[in-house]
Design a protein around this ligand. Structure first.
Ligand code: SF4
Length: 491
């Protein structure tokens, strides 16, 4: 008889809802790295594990349910995301997946994990079909739960606060826990189980490959550090931890993973998942030296924050090591708007970081948000003009959303502000997207401004000429192709 599967990790499929027809071949296919890390951690400790990436396979919840019925694992972990707001739009798919599993495979317990589950465990248990929720990082909590299910069978019950981080529901009864402590020494974690989620299944963002649009796969993502020491009120990256936090991997740990990705899987395109890659300049420099000495060629992109960019020579070294793109969250051009969300970056510091980065030959992705609480029409126009003037190689234009789990969400709720009633309302590209209204602007006005700004930026002849000059004709044509897709928005 074959060995029972201890844990099946499911990454729910939300592509159609999140991207519409852009999901077919334009949007990226992102590896669920947190699932890969959790799988590796449990496997190292003797558990049998599998990953079912329903998002990459484009499997509907019912198809996932059938697979679970065939596999009958001791526990299914439906994981949304740990690093950003994409988690919120995955919540609809997570709930549907949990319910489909219950329908097809009664008795197989479903655990939810991710940003929103960490913020609201009770909500997930009561309304989203979860039998268990992990609050905090999943490594030890999931291991302990699987060990308990293994030892005592499916009837095993966890008691109140018995396993740090594990909340449970038995019928209508909720068994509470508390946030599990963050894993301390992250260099002792095994690397992502890439054998269970091969990089060939994933596809890089189109802009990340503007100079190699025919080679977006294979694709991988790594951490060199985790968490963020800042506390911007709109941002959800610290929700799982419960507040600002920061841990680092050693350059040797990162190099081991890069060697496997390159030599075993032939990966060149890599996303560095860190929220702020450049915080520890000493570690960044050492890692770059090691990558350069290894002779391995990569096409990395990484997030940074302008305040953490203090050394133009380090940027030049980063470029030499293959960091071709940096994404800066500039958010808004007006200082008043930035300051109101606890991101008061100084304009000179912003310009200094942007210019040094461009001088180092690193392409820049500018992230901007329209409709932050202090935004009015004039300040949103300032943001658009700023982006157009600098002529970033790519921009993301978002609408401000009060994502569940953030400080901004609590503020809006306390003030009685309007929040989406459905998870899909938080989706930036959803037909029913419902951005936050401001004192000066209605939600629909902000959405209309953002959609028009995206078209204006990407059809600007100065931008398209720069794209062609920098990356070639294919990049220009690709952007024009994206513009042909008309976003569907509810009236
Ligand atoms: S610096 Fe960036 S990642 Fe960190 S809290 Fe602010 S927006 Fe989030």
């Amino acid at each position: 008889m074959s060995e029972a599967l201890d844990l099946l990790l499911v990454f729910p499929n939300n592509r159609a809802r999140a991207y519409g027809e852009l999901g077919v071949d334009i949007a990226a296919v992102i590896p669920p790295v947190q699932s890969g890390l959790t799988a590796a951690y449990l496997r190292e400790r003797g558990c049998t594990v599998q990953i079912l990436d329903a998002d990459a396979l484009e499997w509907a919840p019912e198809r996932v349910g059938q697979e679970v019925a065939a596999l009958r694992p001791r526990l299914v972990m439906v994981s949304t995301d740990h690093v950003n707001s994409g988690d919120v739009t995955k919540m609809a798919a997570a709930g549907e997946t949990a319910r489909a599993i219950h329908a097809a495979a009664p008795g197989v317990p479903v655990l939810m994990d991710g940003v929103v589950p960490s913020a609201y465990p009770k909500w997930m248990l009561q309304d989203e079909g979860a039998d268990y929720v992990c609050q905090g990082e999943p490594y030890d909590p999931i291991l302990k739960l699987v060990e308990k299910l293994k030892a005592a069978g499916p009837g095993a019950r966890v008691a109140k606060r018995e396993i740090p981080g594990i909340w449970a529901r038995y019928g209508d009864m909720i068994v509470e826990s508390f946030r599990a402590p963050m894993f301390h020494n992250v260099d002792t974690l095994p690397m992502t189980a890439w054998d269970l989620m091969p990089p060939a299944n994933y596809r890089a963002y189109h802009w990340h490959c503007f100079d190699r649009l025919d080679r977006r796969s294979p694709y991988a993502a790594i951490f060199t550090n985790l968490g963020c020491p800042y506390g911007c009120t709109f941002c959800s990256v610290n929700v799982v931890a419960g507040g600002p936090n920061f841990r680092t991997h050693s350059p040797d740990y990162v190099m081991k993973e890069l060697e496997v990705l390159k030599k075993v899987y032939g990966v060149t395109n890599v996303r560095i998942l860190d929220n702020v890659f450049t915080i520890r300049e000493d570690l960044v420099e050492e890692l770059c030296d090691k990558i350069i000495a290894s002779g391995m060629e990569f096409n990395f992109w990484a997030y940074s924050r302008v305040e953490s960019v203090r050394n133009p020579d380090l940027l030049k070294k980063m470029r030499k090591a293959g960091i071709r793109w940096i994404c800066y969250g500039i958010e808004a051009a007006h200082e008043r708007v930035r300051a109101a969300v606890d991101k008061p970056s100084n304009p000179e510091v912003i310009m200094r970081a942007l210019e040094w980065t461009r001088e180092a030959g690193i392409w820049i992705l500018g992230n901007f948000i329209f409709g932050l609480p202090e935004d009015d029409r004039e300040s949103m126009q300032m943001t658009l003009d700023f982006a157009k003037d600098f002529n970033f190689e790519w921009i993301n234009f978002y609408c401000a959303m009060a994502y569940p789990g953030t400080k901004l969400y609590d503020e809006v709720k306390a003030a009685g502000g309007m929040l989406p009633k459905e998870w899909s309302g938080y989706g930036q590209l959803s037909p029913n997207a419902q951005p936050l209204a401001t004192k000066y602007l209605a939600s629909k006005e902000i959405l209309a401004f953002r959609d028009a700004a995206f078209i204006e930026y990407n059809s600007n002849p100065r931008y398209l000429d720069m794209l062609e000059k920098t990356f070639g004709r294919d990049a220009r044509d690709y952007v024009l192709r994206i513009l042909k897709h008309k976003l569907v928005r509810n009236p």
